[in-house]
Ligand binder design. Structure first.
Ligand code: BTN
Length: 290
């Protein structure tokens, strides 16, 4: 596999000065807090948002690490975060000053973050990256990354969102625990070469900034089609686990106006059965067929 020109390895610690110098963003990454290891970059970002304004965390502030000892995944899971060349980062997103209706904006952030991340992964490798609703990043059927968005209220009562992104990049496949091996992969394994994480992060922060600027200023309408095209859940028969152990199966038909997944229901464990078109906002989704 090719190595960088200076003969270091892409699994070596990130060169943060080089990363900062290569940023092409206005806000994303301009405040960048790097630590070689931490519990969770999402936890760090959420904590920073509660600090007094003497330690500012403006829109686009980034937390970045090589290794997490308590990486957080969606639905209370842990995120496997070994110290060998992956990406673990969290970005703080604030509504534009004067934004009055944050609800629609909040519901789209996880989907737009996934779209931006997929854009960056495709730009870096040309691989066929898809998004499993709402924001898992897949190559074919295998997961290459995940996104955990967490919302908090700051001391001044304004809302902030932390977008936490975990990407399996250069870690050896055998570093995955046994239970993850069948369903997970890395960018390097799929691309057949090591991937330059600094270049990928530069692209990621740019794509996130552009997508989220668009969302803040224009709303989601313009990008719903792009999300729909990138989303491999649509058209598939899926099994959805909802609250109170309710299981629904059906075909994922479309994305609703707030980013929900619309499912044409074929079976439903709940009594009485649900309406035939179900709108899902928070659930565990499994692709079955299609
Ligand atoms: C998922 O379950 O698919 C979401 C995983 C999100 C993992 C990332 S890694 C960086 C950030 N910090 C965390 O603790 N979690 C997110």
């Amino acid at each position: 596999m090719p190595e960088p020109a200076d003969h270091s390895s892409f699994a070596d610690p990130l060169n943060i000065d080089h990363l900062k110098a290569s940023l092409r963003t206005r806000a994303f990454g301009q405040v960048l807090r790097y630590t070689p290891s931490t519990t969770s970059t999402n936890a760090d970002a959420l904590l920073a948002l509660q600090q007094p304004s003497a330690t500012p965390t403006p829109h686009g502030s980034v937390f970045l690490t090589e290794c997490q000892t308590a990486g957080r995944g969606r639905r209370g899971r842990t995120w496997h975060s070994p110290p060998q060349g992956n990406i673990y980062t969290s970005v703080i997103v604030l509504p534009a000053p004067g934004t009055t209706r944050v609800g629609p904006w909040l519901s789209w952030i996880p989907l737009f973050a996934a779209l931006a991340t997929a854009d960056a992964l495709v730009a870096a490798t040309g691989l066929p990256i898809s998004v499993k609703w709402p924001n898992d990043l897949l190559v074919e059927r295998k997961k290459i990354g995940g996104i955990l968005c967490e919302q908090t209220s700051r001391p001044d009562k304004t809302i902030a969102v932390v977008i936490g992104i975990g990407l399996n990049i250069n870690a050896p496949l055998d570093s995955f625990p046994e239970e993850l091996k069948a369903g997970a992969t890395t960018l390097a394994a799929e691309a057949g070469r090591l991937v330059d994480r600094a270049a990928l992060l530069t692209e990621l922060f740019l794509r996130l900034e552009q997508r989220l600027d668009g969302l803040l200023t224009d709303g989601p309408t313009g990008m719903i089609d792009e999300y729909t095209q990138r989303c491999s859940t649509l058209g598939k028969t899926v099994r959805v686990s909802l609250e109170q152990e309710r299981i629904v199966e059906g075909v994922a038909e479309s994305i609703g106006p707030d980013g929900c997944l619309r499912i044409r229901v074929s079976s439903d464990s709940a009594q009485p059965p649900s309406p035939s078109l179900l709108e899902v906002r928070s659930a565990e989704v499994v692709h079955l067929r299609g």
